[in-house]
Design a protein around this ligand. Structure first.
Ligand code: SF4
Length: 201
């Protein structure tokens, strides 16, 4: 099926992570600091538009690129329905606003899949993560340099099926471990990072 889309691109918002060019290379190119909307018509200082007639696959690539942009620099309009598919504006008309509340001593739920052990190898500058089942057997070991590499490996590739708050805990601990490694700080799992406490052997 043919689709008629209008792509809007606001160049001044682009922070240059290049995901649009990776996902929709027919429409976006990344050569320098910012993306370019190929054959885009300049409509303002930094605003470019492009009308695209394409099949579902190409439309899907464009939509993925727009959704992946972390700074809403790309919008997509369905020209036949005259409606936004991906809006470049963040709207909050129906947003609920609530204050975060959590009491760890009362609300903590143990993950029956297991638990993580995290430590640093300062010599190789790696973060080492082990996952133990509830019988205290290590069933997975993952070593990496960056939190994003490690949690993607554990959560998406290894699919441990842990609770969502346990996954969030892993991300928080990995970031602490990474900060400790980068700044030569003491790292103790589950303890707050002390920015004044340097690591000593
Ligand atoms: S995804 Fe967004 S921020 Fe990243 S290069 Fe494309 S337009 Fe720029």
């Amino acid at each position: 099926m043919k689709r008629k889309l209008k792509v809007l691109y606001f160049r001044d918002r682009c922070i240059g992570n290049a995901s649009c060019a990776a996902l929709a290379s027919n429409q976006f190119e990344f050569t320098g600091q910012k993306a370019t909307l190929l054959n885009g018509k300049k409509e303002g200082n930094e605003k470019f538009t492009l009308n695209v007639n394409c099949d579902d696959n190409e439309a899907n690539d464009i939509l993925q690129a727009a959704r992946a942009c972390p700074v809403n620099a790309i919008g997509v309009v369905d020209m036949e329905k005259n409606e936004d598919i991906v809006s470049y504006e963040v709207k909050e008309n129906n947003a609920r606003e609530i204050a975060a509340k959590y009491d760890d001593s009362k609300e903590f739920i143990l993950d029956d899949k297991g638990y993580f052990l995290i430590r640093l190898d300062r010599k190789s500058r790696n973060i080492e993560v082990a996952f133990c089942n509830m019988k205290n057997n290590i069933i997975l070991k993952v070593t990496g340099k960056k939190p994003i590499d490690i949690y993607h490996t554990i959560l998406h590739k290894e699919k441990l099926g842990i609770r969502p708050e346990h996954a969030a805990y892993l991300g928080r601990e990995l970031q602490k471990a990474y900060t400790a490694l980068e700044n030569n700080l003491e790292y103790v799992q589950d303890e707050e990072l002390d920015l004044n406490k340097k690591f000593s052997q």
